[in-house]
Design a protein around this ligand. Structure first.
Ligand code: ATP
Length: 135
């Protein structure tokens, strides 16, 4: 079965280096599916899951928080602001981050940076969702 190399890199270092039969990323424009041999392209990513399929139906899910995907026919690179494998997510920390952001948004104080808390809430929800998708 044909495969494509997949690298997920963050400012803290590499998170994943693997071979995939298919990947599904959450681009700004929506979900995109990439098979080996895909034409070259670069696209911005949303906060969302990255699904990496291997042969024999195995799949891993990564929580990706913004950045870019660069596709070439034989290698896909994801440059993310932060990213975690489902099994490395600290679920208690993500739930606390979600609660903190929700409370800050509810308080509606003028001096609160709403955009920053909205993004923090999105990151926390993504982590909770990806944690629940782990196998
Ligand atoms: P928090 O408020 O909990 O710090 P955050 O969304 O502000 O969350 P980020 O700025 O996205 O955190 O990430 C900072 C670092 O902490 C990154 O290395 C990221 O991978 C890691 N990280 C953040 N939250 C978690 C989590 N729940 N589980 C594992 N690693 C996490």
């Amino acid at each position: 079965m044909k495969t494509v190399k997949v690298n997920v890199v963050t400012p803290d270092g590499p998170v994943v280096e693997t071979d995939a039969t298919m990947i599904i990323a959450t681009a700004e424009s929506g979900e995109i599916g990439i098979l080996p041999g895909h034409i070259s392209m670069v696209a911005p990513l949303q906060i969302g899951p990255l699904r990496i399929m291997h042969d024999q139906n195995s799949e891993e899910v990564i929580a990706v928080h913004g950045g870019f995907i660069e596709v070439r026919p034989d290698v896909v690179t994801i440059l993310a602001e932060s990213a975690e494998k489902a099994e490395s997510i600290d679920i208690a920390r993500a739930k606390q981050a979600a609660k903190r952001a929700e409370e800050a948004l509810k308080a509606k104080q003028a001096d609160v940076d709403h955009k920053a808390f909205e993004l923090a809430l999105k990151r926390a929800i993504n982590r909770i969702n990806v944690y629940e998708m782990r196998r």
